[in-house]
Ligand binder design. Sequence first.
Ligand code: AHR
Length: 521
Amino acid sequence: MKIKLQSKALLLLGSVLLSTSLLAKPPQVDITIKANELGSVLNKDIYGQFMEHLGRGIYEGIWVGEDSSIPNKDGFRLDVLTALKELQVPLLRWPGGCFADEYHWRDGIGPRESRPKTVNSNWGGVIEDNAFGTHEFFALAELLGADTYVNGNLGTGTPQEMADWLQYMTSDAPTTLVEQRKANGRDKPWKLHYFAIGNEAWGCGGNMTPEFYTNLYNQWASFAKTPQDNRPIMIASGGTDDSTIWAETLLKGVKPSWNLRMDGISHHYYTLPTGKWDVKGSSTGFNEELWFSTLEQTLRIEDFIKANVAIMDELDPEKKVGFYVDEWGTWYDVDKGTNPGFLYQQNSLRDAIVAGLNIHIFNRYADRVTMTNIAQMINVLQAMILTDKEKMVLTPTYHAFKMHVPFQDANYLPISLSSQPSYQLDGKTIPGLSASAARAKDGNVYLSLVNTQTSESVELNLSEVKQVTGWLLSDEKMDAHNTFDKPNNIAPVAFSAKVKKGKSVITVPAKSLLVLNLGKL
Ligand code: AHR
């Protein structure tokens, strides 16, 4: 009996070894990039950022004030400012989020010492001293060279208050409001690129029905007037997750006219590892099951976009109205010991993979999805940057965004794979490899690759390429992350491969994001 068991065990061991050796040979995939079939422009604003009055997203995160001991330029901390400049942030959305629907813009102008103190009832009930307001927001955008997206207050404001804010920001006429702006230090109007009427009208923005909101949009947008030469793209608050009723109701119910525009409909989708709001899952220390489910959850966004785009294509075939995913990213249980209202979470390799997958999906729908905002830029949810007083770290998501800078305003290129490696766990399957290509403004073709699998690499055969150089972000650990003690624990490393007669074979490691410059094909 004992001998039998032993031989059984040997057999098992043999088969494990055999399967391991078989598995050790990575799947071979040929990739074809149609380098001359230029598709839609990937609007740079697809790579936009969101900053809300939430936790340490603004205060400490970027705004420390001129008198801070943290080195700063005009109140903006220099370390974060420098990192954001390197990221080439194309677009900033502000002031919320839920905060926007309780924000009275007049609280945030004029001498800081006399600005009113209010309560941030959405996020932790903390005192908001309004030190960061309209002038500070536009100053930051100008320092970064970023487009501006302001979210108006439909919840607790009035059409008059909104119209006044628009006039204050965009007008050059000699009105009392414009004189006030000048007295507050800004002579010329600012360039306002996007303006939204309310946020999440279905939830924190007022728990409305799509029909009720559509009527309000018609009314409020009619009075959201700006000079002809400084007209923002007008955005209506749309749905979330799998809902399509918001886009449908808005497109059927808003009839553009001389005083009414709707240029975009917003949509929000957050990636929760468990898919449940009560226990979402933690930012680090997770197992493979939660790695897999996070990626599975994030990939669902493609179905949601597809369903909305189908309705929009039917009701707006000329594609006049954009579908803006103006809040997306991972949302975990807050890190232990942090204020639950501040939504502070670590950010690991898994987040960079999530970012890569979402970017690939947005790129595929770039004729309709022309703007998105990851939530949020600093210290909140899936952040680019984390700070702890005077310390700062760049997250894997920061690196993922930086690696994709060449995709900003590039032309989408179709690609095909000879086969799709699949990643299977507990009877579920997701794609093992995701890819997206574009011809950048510099004429080079860039290829972005994500290997979602935790232990399998993929061997990719490239043809008709000129060069293979780029950046690889990967790690042994699924939750590799940077801390204030080890700020460079995970960062991209330079990658290159030989090219012979236009062909190259590269290994895309497990759990990796790889962005390659293939030259001027
Ligand atoms: O990003 C955090 C919050 O998520 C936003 O304030 C809100 O719009 C969404 O529910």
